[in-house]
Design a protein. Sequence first.
Lengths: 466, 372, 298
Amino acid sequence: MKFRNMSWAPYLLLLPSFAYLLLFFGWPMVQSLQLAFRRDSQILPLRAEPASEEAAITGELERGTTVEVRDVQLFETKAAGGLLTDKVFWLEVSGLNPEGETVQGWALRGQVFVADASRSATGTVRAGSATLRAEAQPDAEPVGELPQGAEIAILAWGKVDSRIAAGGLLQKPQNWLKVSGETADGQTVEGWVERAPIFLKDAKISATGRVQSGEGSKEWTLDYVKRMLNDAKFSQALKTTLLLIVLILPVQFTLAIIMALVLQSQLRFNSFFLYLYAIPLGISDLAAGLVWYTIFTQSGYLNSLLQSLGIIDKPFIFISSANKEWIIIAIVLAEIWRATSLVMVIVVSGLQAIPRDYLEAGEIFGASLWQRLRHIILPLLKPSLQVALILRTILAFQVFAVVVAISGGDVVTTLANETYRWYDISSYNNKNVAAAYSGFIMLLSLGIAIFYLRAVRTQEEKEAVG
Amino acid sequence: MAEIRIENAVKTFGKVVAVNQVSLTVHDQEFVVLLGPSGCGKTTLLRAVAGLGMVDSGRIMIGDRDVTYLPPKARDISMVFQGYAIFPHMNVFDNIAFGLRMKRTPKEEIARRVRESAELLHIEEFLERFPSQLSGGQRQRVAVARAIAVHSGVLLMDEPLSNLDALLRLRMRAELKRLLNEIRATTIYVTHDQIEALSMGDRIAVMRSGEILQFDSPTRVYDVPADRFVAGFIGTPPMNFLEGQVRRENGVPCVAIGDFMLAPIPEMYEELARRDGKPILVGIRAENMETLDAPAADALRVKVLVVEPLGSQNLLTIQIGSDVIKASTHPDFAVAANQDVWIRLPGDKIRWIDRETGRTIIPDLESLVSAS
Amino acid sequence: MSSTTTTQAAPVVRRVRVRDLPVEQQRAIRARQLRRAGTYVLAITIAVWIMLPIWLVGTLAFSTPADVRAYPKQAAPIPFSTDTMEFFLNARGVLPATRNSIVVALLTLTLSTAIAAPAGYAVARYFFRGRDAYRLGILAVRAFPIVILAVPLAVTFRNWGIFDRVYSVALMHTALTLPTTILVVSSVFASVPRELEEAAKVFGCNAFEAFLRVVMPLALPGIAASAIFTFVMSWNEVFAAVVLTLENRTLPALILYNLDKSGDPFKFAGGFFMLVPSLIFIFFMRRYLFNMWGQITK
């Protein structure tokens, strides 16, 4: 081996790949851990009293928490040296804090988005008289007049006045109320009245809202991991994933070795067989799932065959929640069908690396095919098999599309499938738990990968010696 | 003028010193062979001349130009590689024309010179073929043709014949020698095959462990090896060594091999006298011993272990004390294994090697060579 | 070289009839023939096991819509019809998704090869400090479930504002294929003898010219095969694609996402449509199969 002078050239050539993998492999890995273990939340502190930033904090709510609005108070604050007054609303809300306890306290209106406010209240006309109008507009047609002191029932809050409505929902009732009351001549009328002349009594707010902002906070948390671990589907997914490995790998390796030996036995059309055997290498797991779906679906080929043979008289429903084991069988078959070629290719290259002398020596000394396999081929293939085993195991942690294609991914689920389910916007839409899942898969793979590196190392050492 | 001068070249790979302070001058149009076992640094030295690996220190001059740190293309050299390095994606014509094209030679000139080189190597009918359609020997010829087509002053050859089978190698050896005689380029030829070196080189530089042990004409390298290594490396079979001890007998130094007293030529007296009582190595080539089937006063009685008839000669494996040596005899000399024979060691053919330094003791080199 | 030109008489081969031989030899010959036949049966059985499912899904993809729905199913597409295939191709989103898939795969191929080629060359040609560490790192990354990283990457892409873009899927796929491509390309470069490059330099090339005129032409077929490999990986990849897109689905992502909403004809035709390229690609790459997938330690 000749060593060139040390130079920067190789490092320059490696740089793009290194940078790329750092950006699109290293960084997502960090990001994944962050998502899984860091709560990147905004916490809204609730105050014991309204209109005071200094008041004691009675509790904290996470952004997105649904709250009940208990009360609303309006405060005027002086700004700009007292020239301008600003109206602010404080809401008293209660909700579940991250620890799951109910907390109650005051928060600024802007921090809580109120979704559907409804209030029940009664009131009286405060001063002068109030004109009821057909619509919540000052120039709308009057429908009646309520005298001072008339008792009114408030039917609805606020007709949208776009200019003000943009500021928030609760501002609307301040302008127009839909009320019913008795006119001076004893008639009951209904209509819109300006908020100003009405005195409200017994205001009861019934509103729900959502915490919209708060103080940003990042903290380490195991919540997402706990949530993943406690999820009923988690243990199912893990079990299924492991079960699939246990069921698939032995068959796959046996088959792969047989295929490799067949290819090594110098048949006619050898290259044609190699091509056929290699085709599944290029088939995606989704396509493989769909292919086997055509066989196992209710009106599929398996039922067609069984029925034409007279074994069954009506189609058997293989893929249903009642027949989990059939779904597993279908997945196992699909995976063996699809991924055995990969193992085969590794085994064939391993076989090609075995000097013919060894096999011929075995033959000369009278070893049968089985003995040669057992005592010569398999021991010499061990490094290849080891590596193939590890590669396949890691790939098995990612089984996803086959499962979805065959069974929809509900009845039988895998780790990768759960990752997607938690991520999916139309499903749980929780990136954090999804990241916890992906972190879990990475962790499993990391263990295998370390093992893998060791295997490769020792093999290279052996090569270096041999 | 394309004299090659290497001055104090040093090249290390990590901790391994591949070339250690080597200086070597190859005259214009001279054919110098770098000979040595694998790992002796000969290829490294050649590559340094080619510019394929820069030396760590020292200087390399081609003609009057210092080329130490110039890239290969700026050195006006050409080279024949051990694995031929024929470009598999070009046909023979394009391979031979490669160097000329790189120098932007006019088309007609390229065609002329490719044809000329191809004719010199008898491959003119293969010009359209691709390397995969050629035999090993033909590829070798293409490699040589490509190297001579560029008409460079310096031709470097890195074990060009080592991938050929024995018969072909024999043929190519003579052909290459004739060819190089014709084109008269300054040539450095690397080989580990001492017969190749002896038969082809104007001078041979024998290398070991990154150093040149001897740089001399083939005859002198063969006849008067500079040290025990050169003596043991060159020649088939290599030089025999017998353990002896310097004694003084009647005031004259002589060497005892067991009970036998070996008389040196008078030119050696002075050097041997200085080593009185010390062990010494007696070196003698197989063909320089006289084998007798009857005792003689100045002959040593030895036992034949093996007889190998080689056609032109018989090679005897002989035991002398604890040493086993080879002696060649005329094929008519009748002898069988386990017989005793007597051998005579002519004083002028004996090379005395200092036991401690391993160097050949040479009092007056000229007298030795003229005596032989 | 020195073959004699004298015409040789055709060798006389005397055929021996097996039954004329001693019993012991008869047995041995029969046993060998039997083993050979057994191997053929085995080889063909495995071939059928692999090809039959493809045949069946192909049958459904080219049956009439009525036959597709029929039960029991037929074993060959008679009468032949492209209606089911057309239905699939005309289904909403399929053609744009196919286009997206091709664009993603081409981008991945280009990016991956462009980044991997220099790295592969460095690993194949230079000896430098950290070379072994780099190679081991690449091996480890390749074994890693990179696809799973699509979830955190989706969050990153949202922050960068490149979520749901065709090229962002290609960025992910490049990360997925890069380690393998580097290993393959480096083995391709390593298979070009260093001497050839040196010869080019001796005969007047600089380093770049030597690469361009000698190394590149010889490495090109291998690199093309590796590019096809990259294309196949990207074309087939579904998890990252479905995670990183919403509107701009690639074909696998579209099919996967619509599985529960679509009927059997869509699935059958979709399955067949997706696996057709692999039949072609593997055919072109068959010489390089062992470079691509068999490489485990080199």
